[in-house]
Design a protein around this ligand. Sequence first.
Ligand SMILES: Cc1cc2nc3c(=O)[nH]c(=O)nc-3n(C[C@H](O)[C@H](O)[C@H](O)COP(=O)(O)OP(=O)(O)OC[C@H]3O[C@@H](n4cnc5c(N)ncnc54)[C@H](O)[C@@H]3O)c2cc1C
Length: 197
Amino acid sequence: MTPSGTDTEVVVVGGGAMGSSAAWHLARRGREVTLLERFDPGHAHGASHGASRNFNLAYSEPTHVAMLLESQLAWRELEAETGASLLAQVGLVDHGDDAGHEEVRDALGAVGIPSESVPAEAARRRWPGIRFETRALYLPTAGRLHADAAVRAFQQAAAARGAVVRHRTPVRASASNAAIACTSRPTPARSWRATWS
Ligand SMILES: Cc1cc2nc3c(=O)[nH]c(=O)nc-3n(C[C@H](O)[C@H](O)[C@H](O)COP(=O)(O)OP(=O)(O)OC[C@H]3O[C@@H](n4cnc5c(N)ncnc54)[C@H](O)[C@@H]3O)c2cc1C
């Protein structure tokens, strides 16, 4: 370790949705975590900013379907830990190229996730603001995820469980022996070393 270095079990580089989620999950498992994000909280330079993302359930691969089930629970757990309102299961309509809808319905049905195949004419009557040219796949438990609030909540929940969350800390280099070197602006260069293996 360099004189200005810090040991921690895990260093997570990048505080977008994925890194922030990873930090929370690791902290929940009792790991000592440091999350390093190069920009300010709420920045719009990555992929995770903004008010909404689709919480889309239209997947048929078993791995994805298992993750869908797990993620619904995890979002509710995050909401319960932080008091934030993140996931609105207002339903989602998938239409256009409907190839694969039956596979999706079979896969979701097998794990109890509801779906409905709606002919184009019926879909036009049901959702008059949308122009349907193919049948639609309606997923009543899919919906909308508040992206900005989710990143905030992940970081808040991770910090509440002991994670160190550092913004304005761009990682400039990392080494194969799990050492991560950073230049933390405006403070002098620092490094963190991940000790978990
Ligand atoms: C327009 C758009 C629409 C989308 N719609 C949907 C949708 O409807 N449904 C859905 O599920 N997904 C959607 N996605 C995808 C989803 O938003 C992304 O998969 C997700 O946000 C990716 O998160 P991330 O943490 O991997 O990446 P990012 O949010 O980009 O986070 C990476 C973070 O790492 C930081 N970073 C990078 N390099 C360093 C470094 N050297 N040192 C320190 N920090 C660093 C960055 O600053 C950034 O904060 C959409 C994406 C976009 C762009």
